[in-house]
Structure formats: C-alpha cells, structure tokens
Design a protein around this ligand. Structure first.
Ligand code: SAM
Length: 276
C-alpha cells in the first residue's frame, strides 16, 4: 500500500461513511462505531431511512435478476458500497451460475478495501473486480473498467447507479457525467437507478428528511440531495423506461423476488431504461 493510500484509509476510518451507514441500516457488519452512532441519530429523526435501505437493496437485486433474464451478462456497478450481502455478482450467479462478469466501482477507500476482501472470499477473479474510482472520472473510469478485461464493449452492459445520484449536488453536474457513461453503453444495454424521494405533500417527512440531509452534509463524506420526481426522471434524459416506469422502490417488478417492503415508507424512486 502506498503512503497516499494509507493516509486516505486512515482519514476514512475517522469520518462517518455513507456506505458504512447504509450497511449498518441493512444489518451488515461492515461498519464502525462512528457510523452506528450517526445512523442511530438519524433513525431517531426519520425511522424510514431503514425502510429505504432495505427496499433499495431489494430493488438492486430485482434489477440484476431482470437484466440477467434479458440476456445481460456483464455489469458495471458505480457506487457499489460495501454491503455484507446481496451483491451484484452473488445475485447474478444465482440466476446464471458462472456466466456474469461484474466490475464494482466506489470512490471510498474502505469500500474498495472491503470489496477486495469480499471478492477474495466469495468471487471469481476471472469474472469480478473492484476499482477505487469516481463517478466523475468519466473517460479515466472507463479506461480502468476496460483494463480489467472483464467488459466487452460490443455486448450490452447492465449499468447500475443505485442509491448513488442523491449524493451529487447539481453544482457537480452529475447529468453531464451520466451522459458520458450512457454514451459508453452499447445498444441493448440497461441502465438502472434509484434515488431518495419524499412526496411533496408529505410535509412531516420532508422536514425530517431535510434535517437528515443536513446532518449527512455536516458529518459524512457526502452531502445528501432531495430531488423531485421530475428531477429524478431527468436523469434518464430521452431514454424510454421499461415498465412500470419510475415508481416507489417496492413497486418496481415486485413479482421478480417478492417485495415485502411497504411502498408508503420506502422514500425512494427506482427505474430502468434501455439504450436503443
Ligand atoms: C448508499 S451506497 C449504495 C450501495 C449500492 N449501490 C446499493 O444501492 O445497494 C452509496 C455508495 O456510493 C458511493 N459514492 C458516492 N459518491 C460517489 C462517487 N462520486 N463515485 C463513486 N462512488 C460514490 C459511496 O461511497 C457509497 O458507498
């Protein structure tokens, strides 16, 4: 490990990490005391953040199953985090054992270190890799993806941006970076994304959500952004969404793997589009 990597890891251990908080909310073990204390404080303000985490993770699993059923055999998962279970390669291998390739990407050094350990324990180095890279790296990110040798740009790709874009304020221009990633996808590829969302008429949750978002901005490595349904739909640009469109997380193809979450508590929207 280089001095620079060691310093980044050291700094990351002391700071609350959105990826580790998410893992804690899911009941995982990849989190520290700072993350647990932060999560408990936010749960006291807005208990539904746990419902969001569970419904979101379940959506990720159904999105991967849907993609595999439509012939996708290679995945790029940006903002993959470090959840203890239900990772893309595990879900894909359940549906099509030994057939799918996955490149995980996260910009948090501990997420990448965990991913490396997880992959050593549960994955196949010939089919799965983890990169410490940033969504905004654009061309550099794809160079590194292609350097893994796992992705074939002549075949459809499943691009996953699940619970990622709400950490990116408009000032960072996530739309432009997303446009770049989209242009990298061959025809027939599928793009799945999810985003936190509170219905405008739900004033209580709007207020609590703003408080939690402020705390994320102050205490964690990422600020959290609330967006309207129209703004979230805007991330898909002119792409056609597959049925049922942009819906509450538990309402996205619940028949695929039984969705038990309560749509009224999910606090997030999800959708998938096909690249023509
Ligand atoms: C809430 S987790 C989501 C994990 C997984 N995608 C899921 O939905 O189950 C969000 C992850 O996005 C990562 N992240 C945030 N901004 C990023 C960026 N600019 N580039 C890459 N990863 C990023 C965080 O480090 C975190 O691990």
């Amino acid at each position: 490990m280089s001095m620079d990597e060691a310093a980044r890891l050291g700094a990351a251990v002391d700071k609350v990490s959105v990826g580790r908080v998410y893992d804690y909310l899911l009941g995982g073990t990849h989190n520290y005391a700072v993350d647990q204390a932060f999560a408990e404080k936010q749960l006291a303000v807005l208990p539904e953040i746990r419902d969001f985490a569970r419904a979101n993770r379940a959506f990720l699993g159904r999105a991967v199953r849907y993609m595999v059923a439509r012939g996708i055999r290679q995945f790029v998962d940006i903002g993959s985090g470090l959840p203890t279970q239900g990772n893309v390669h595990e879900v894909a291998d359940e549906v099509a054992p030994g057939e799918c390739r996955v490149v995980y990407i996260d910009n948090e050094p501990i997420a990448r270190a965990h991913a490396q350990i997880l992959l050593e324990q549960t994955a196949d180095p010939n089919r799965h890799a983890a990169l410490d890279a940033d969504f905004f790296d654009r061309a550099r990110l794809w160079e590194r993806v292609m350097d893994t040798g796992l992705i074939d740009r002549t075949q459809p790709i499943g691009l996953l941006l699940v619970a990622l874009l709400h950490f990116m304020p408009d000032e960072q221009n996530p739309h432009a970076a997303l446009g770049f990633h989209r242009a990298m996808l061959p025809p027939g590829s599928l793009l799945a994304l999810s985003h936190i969302h509170v219905a405008p008429e739900d004033v209580r949750t709007q207020t609590a959500g703003r408080k939690v978002a402020e705390e994320y901005g102050r205490r964690t490595n990422h600020t959290a952004i609330m967006r309207t349904r129209e703004q979230i739909a805007g991330f898909f640009g002119d792409l056609d969404l597959v049925e049922p469109g942009l819906v509450w997380l538990p309402q996205w193809h619940p028949e695929i793997a039984g969705s038990e979450a309560d749509a009224s508590r999910a606090r997030g929207l999800a959708g998938m589009a096909r690249i023509p």
